[in-house]
Design a protein around this ligand. Sequence first.
Ligand SMILES: NC(=O)c1ccc[n+]([C@@H]2O[C@H](COP(=O)([O-])OP(=O)(O)OC[C@H]3O[C@@H](n4cnc5c(N)ncnc54)[C@H](OP(=O)(O)O)[C@@H]3O)[C@@H](O)[C@H]2O)c1
Length: 444
Amino acid sequence: MGETMGVGLLGCGQVGAAVARMLHEHAEDIARRSGVRIEVARVAVRDLSTPREVPVEFERFTTDPWTVVQDPTCNVIVEVMGGIEPARSLILDAFRGGKPVVTANKELLANHGHELFDAAELGGADLLYEASVGGGIPLIRPLRESLAGDRILRFMGIVNGTTNYILTRMAEEGLSQEEALSEAQTLGYAESDPTADVDGFDAVAKAAILATIAFDLPVVAGDVHREGIGGVTARDIGYARRLGYVVKLLAIAEAEGSSVSVRVHPAMIPSAHPLAAVRESFNAVLIEGQRVGPLMLYGRGAGGDPTATSVVGDIIELARDRRAGVRPSIPSHVSPHLMHRSDQSAGPAGPRRVKGMEELSGQYYILMQVADRPGVLAAIATAFARHQVSIKSVWQEGHGEEAEIVLITHRAKERALQACVEELRGIDTVETVSSVLRVEGGEP
Ligand SMILES: NC(=O)c1ccc[n+]([C@@H]2O[C@H](COP(=O)([O-])OP(=O)(O)OC[C@H]3O[C@@H](n4cnc5c(N)ncnc54)[C@H](OP(=O)(O)O)[C@@H]3O)[C@@H](O)[C@H]2O)c1
């Protein structure tokens, strides 16, 4: 086996170091499977003095990532540094030189995917990104290859391990959100600044990438409705349990006729739903295809080793293609002729667009603190009737200062529900509407 392929590693943190270790430790197996010997040729980091447990000679490290991209011994560029810049410019530079790129960078793909795929096309190179969604769970390849013949109707997933860990601990141990977050930080499941996870930005980027492939429609982060878990309290989780539900942060995308909706928000799902069993930092995506029916992919959505598995899988695909002198026969993203039509593209049912949240319908759970007086329920019921939101169940908990109303609606239009909540907030016996959560996944 004579051929060797050099990897230029941009970043050697959690993921990059695990990639270097896997390429070294599994070198024989990888060479046998790909027909090519794959080696880390150069590595770019920010700080050369950081101790790193990686089987790569110190001389191969540099703080100048541009030299890695331009180094002729680097045949493939693996971007695992994260962030928008300089990652974006470095990838564009690699494509100008005709070099294929593997990235794990969801933030970059969800915001600049079009530009990167256009540049890849122009440079005659590939951009593979299995690790960008779901860490070690194969999601991109099944969607774009195994399911390429089917029509995806919807997907619903838990794509952020940090928030799933927090919600699991709140549900199972009765912790407050602050306590669960602090525990997640101690265990390394959450960053010191947890905003990207808790506020839903990370899940939004992943939802945009998955929706783009599932629906052959360019979806960017800005198209995705976003609500984080910040407002979810231990009380909501307690009521959810009593009603037969669990609370999860979900990424949901659905095709309906000529439009697609993509959203990230916390929701109650029945405790018997397959996603309800996804605990702690695990991720899962439930895909529903017209012909294949429901299909669930479950596993570790983050962590150095699981994520490195996806990165190395992509590197091996590039090695095999290089050996065969071909590029992957299936486009890695949306068909190139659709890329510039940001609001419309051809879906199976004709032109498609991303629709806004206000156009959707759903079922809702509402928690409000009220004055414990006669007539409170009548005023609330009148507001619901005026907005044509029908109530499925309602009851009062507690008395006096502690009185609160727990309510579940039947399916209603989002626009009507929001108007109804606005009116509830104006009723003098309603002190606060503390929670509004969507109910997904059917009856408990
Ligand atoms: N960690 C996960 O579980 C996971 C899962 C899926 C996807 N991802 C994605 O994978 C990427 C990497 O994540 P990570 O957790 O491995 O990050 P990380 O541990 O922070 O590592 C980042 C690496 O990039 C280097 N770096 C950053 N900016 C640089 C620059 N301007 N020039 C040279 N080197 C630079 C850092 O150098 P120093 O070491 O010197 O600071 C570090 O080695 C991100 O896009 C992330 O979203 C991560």
